[in-house]
Design a protein around this ligand. Structure first.
Ligand code: HEM
Length: 405
């Protein structure tokens, strides 16, 4: 019997053994533990991204169902999230994605390289002056993405740290678990989110008077007859902050861990820094930040001979698809020169990550600077993984850097 609960302590630690078994024995598997279908083969996950019976629209039905949200904070966050393109289907998604694409033009992202390097180096400077061992997540991987997106949205330097709190508060309410302190935490989060709402509205007002080269001004631009309303703009800013934060943090942290566990590959990257492009693709494939994507079934569909019915849930297991031997030779080996590397860590189809170019750039720069500036980097404690189905995320990444300055 294959393991089908992906959040047991063993599967949290290392999901890949369980996923291999599942992929081989029952690639379209109904999991009682998750009350969902687990799709684990690359070809099936790829095809699922094009399957119109599988919907991303999961917040609006929840709001429409009239089920009372648990708190004012949850209601506020659900309201904000219901406008997110990642939980919309066409035609609403098509419109939001077209308007958002104005802010993700290639040259805008390419221009960020210098700024990202500066932010990474500032954090590494502080890290190297700090106590040893230190946590690379807290000191480098965690603060980077929110600073980058805050800068891109045109926030003033002194406001940029607040973005990190807002992102945490969104995550707390959207995915927070229960517990006695829940009500208090939700109240605090709600205050933060109100502050975020007011902040973005102020920034929108400012850019309306004085448009700039920033991403928010690009989001505010007209596209023919259409443009985003103020509510949609606030919601889009929150989505960009949220979608790009933990994912990029984990992409950097999981990459560094994989390198530390494969000293031959770490040496290879040190000898050939030009490998960083293919290296990051391979690190995203090998232990990427998203394990599972969720879809709701809205029409009868058949996957590998199994009938899947409306109302059921499907989990697209990216972590398994990216280790499928039918697609990748020797899939459990880390090979920084792997090419081609058609991994699907950024998804595929209409919802494929709109921030992929930015995320790749942040991961490449952070990993390259860490490898270069910390030549004696060493793991000082086995990392603990967070017990989560969707993400592959460590509590901390404790390392010695072997430098006193
Ligand atoms: C390594 C880091 C990242 C990974 C692995 C990642 C992965 C993904 C994946 C798998 C999806 C598809 C979701 C689905 O099909 O349901 C997605 C969508 C999305 N991502 Fe990312 N992401 C990353 C970083 C970012 C960044 C930096 C941003 C923006 C600043 C961003 C913004 C978005 C948005 C807005 C969507 C929704 C797109 C749509 O629905 O059309 N992501 N991401």
């Amino acid at each position: 019997m294959p393991v089908t609960d992906l959040v047991t302590p063993e599967a949290t630690e290392d999901p890949y053994a369980a996923l291999r078994e599942l992929r081989e024995s029952d690639p379209v598997h109904w999991s009682e533990a998750h009350r969902a279908w687990l799709i684990t083969r690359y070809d099936d996950v790829s095809a699922a991204f094009q399957n119109k019976a599988l919907s991303n629209d999961r917040v609006r039905p929840l709001l429409a169902s009239g089920k009372r949200p648990q708190s004012t904070a949850s209601a506020a966050v659900l309201g904000l999230m219901s406008e997110w393109m990642v939980v919309s289907d066409p035609p609403a998604h098509t419109r939001l994605r077209r308007l958002a694409a104005q802010a993700f033009k290639g040259q805008r992202i390419a221009a960020m390289s210098e700024l990202i390097t500066t932010i990474v180096d500032e954090h590494l400077d502080t890290f190297l002056r700090g106590p040893e061992p230190g946590d690379l997540i807290e000191n480098v991987a965690y603060p980077l993405p929110t600073k980058v997106i805050a800068t891109m949205l045109g926030a003033r330097t002194e406001d940029r740290d607040r973005f990190r709190d807002w992102s945490d508060e969104l995550a707390l309410v959207a995915f927070g678990t229960g517990g006695a302190a829940r009500a208090v935490r939700h109240e605090r989060a709600l205050r933060g989110l109100r502050e975020m709402d007011a902040y973005f509205r102020g920034l929108i007002e400012l850019r309306r008077k004085e448009p700039g080269e920033d991403m928010l001004s690009a989001l505010m631009a007209r596209d023919g007859e259409d443009r985003l309303s103020d509510d949609e703009l606030v919601s889009m800013c929150a989505l960009l902050l949220f979608a790009g934060h933990e994912t990029t943090t984990n992409s950097i942290a999981n990459s560094v861990l994989a390198l530390l566990r494969h000293p031959d590959q770490l040496d290879r990257l040190r000898r050939e820094p030009g490998l960083i492009g293919t290296a990051v693709e391979e690190l995203l494939r090998y232990d990427g930040p998203i394990k599972v994507l969720n879809r709701w079934v809205v029409a009868d569909t058949e996957i590998r001979g199994k009938t899947i019915s409306p109302g059921e849930r499907v989990h697209l297991v990216l972590a398994s698809a990216n280790r499928d031997p039918e697609k990748f030779a020797d899939p459990d080996s880390l090979d920084l020169g792997r090419s081609p590397n058609p991994h699907i860590a950024f998804g595929k189809g209409i919802h494929a990550c709109i921030g992929a170019q930015l995320a790749r750039m942040e991961t490449r720069i952070a990993v390259a600077r860490i490898v270069e500036r910390l030549p004696r980097l060493e793991l000082t404690a086995e990392p603990r993984w967070k017990q989560a189905l969707a993400s592959r995320s460590m509590e901390a990444l404790s390392v010695a850097h072997g430098r006193s300055s």
